[in-house]
Design a protein. Structure first.
Length: 271
């Protein structure tokens, strides 16, 4: 019934509990989860997770905050993207939240890395998983500069916490918008106001686990089994039923990442 569109099961605190996490997903009716890559060094682990369990899929990319790691090239990302069960490029983007004494001008390496991912997404036709924090103006500008015609992008702004204006820009370019457990936080009313305006057919839900556990688990180690709480928060913000949000976000995920419906994968009819 539910899909977690962004999680980090390759991180040690979750990888060591993988069997427990997968069992909890089944109990919570979380049918699929997208395992997100943050460095080339972890790409084999992320892809291996997706190849281990039919509920899991993978992306390939280098997170904008990852420093001291191997830099990606377009052809390397394209080659990794050809591996079975890789369905997206990223996560990628810009993050100026921790400049550590540097200026925005000195973050050109992040912008160059982002462009590499943009070009890889264009070369493969796979969706782009975008991370932006304290850098929305440059993020949108680079996507517009390299993205071609209006509405041409396939991808998602993940863990969305930006303004209504950024949401509208992302939607205009063709992106989906994914909401995390932050949507359930008491101090996130402005974000709930934004979520109310995002068309349901462009919404996704995620955990970003092991981070950002939703209410009522805030502060705990997050897992994909808690994505239904994100769906509940989105349903409340939009005045919809939980089932409406679950079905719509699952279908949006399947459409964006070019996946057959879950029941078809199992040999039955689509639900």
């Amino acid at each position: 019934m539910f899909v977690d569109s962004h999680c980090h099961l390759s991180f040690p605190e979750l990888l060591t509990r993988l069997d427990e996490i997968l069992a909890a997903m089944q109990v919570a009716r979380v049918e699929r989860a997208l395992c997100i890559c943050t460095t080339l060094e972890e790409s084999e682990t992320v892809i291996g997770l997706a190849q281990r369990d039919p509920r899991l899929f993978a992306t390939v990319g280098v997170h904008p905050d990852s420093e001291g790691v191997r830099e990606p090239g377009v052809q390397e990302l394209v080659a990794l993207a050809r591996r079975p069960r890789v369905v997206g490029i990223g996560e990628t983007g810009l993050d100026y939240y921790r400049l550590n004494g540097r200026t925005v001008a000195q973050m050109q390496w992040q912008r160059d890395r982002f462009v590499v991912h943009i070009e890889a997404a264009q070369a493969t036709g796979l969706p782009l998983v975008v991370h932006t924090r304290s850098a929305s103006e440059d993020t949108v500008a680079l996507l517009r500069q390299h993205g071609g015609a209006q509405g041409d992008w396939r991808g998602v702004f993940h863990c969305f916490t930006e303004t209504r204006e950024v949401a509208l820009a992302a939607l205009e370019m063709g992106f989906h918008i994914s909401f995390s457990g932050i949507l359930s936080f008491r101090n996130a009313q402005e974000l709930r106001d934004v979520a109310r305006e995002v068309p349901l057919e462009r919404c996704l839900i995620e955990t970003d686990s092991p981070y950002l556990a939703p209410v009522p688990h805030r502060g705990k180690l997050n897992t994909p089994a808690w994505v239904p709480h994100v769906a509940e928060a989105l349903a409340a913000a939009k005045g919809l039923s939980l089932e409406e949000v679950a079905v719509a976000t699952r279908r949006n995920f399947e459409r964006l990442f070019s996946l057959p419906p879950v029941a078809d994968t199992a040999g039955g009819g689509a639900v």
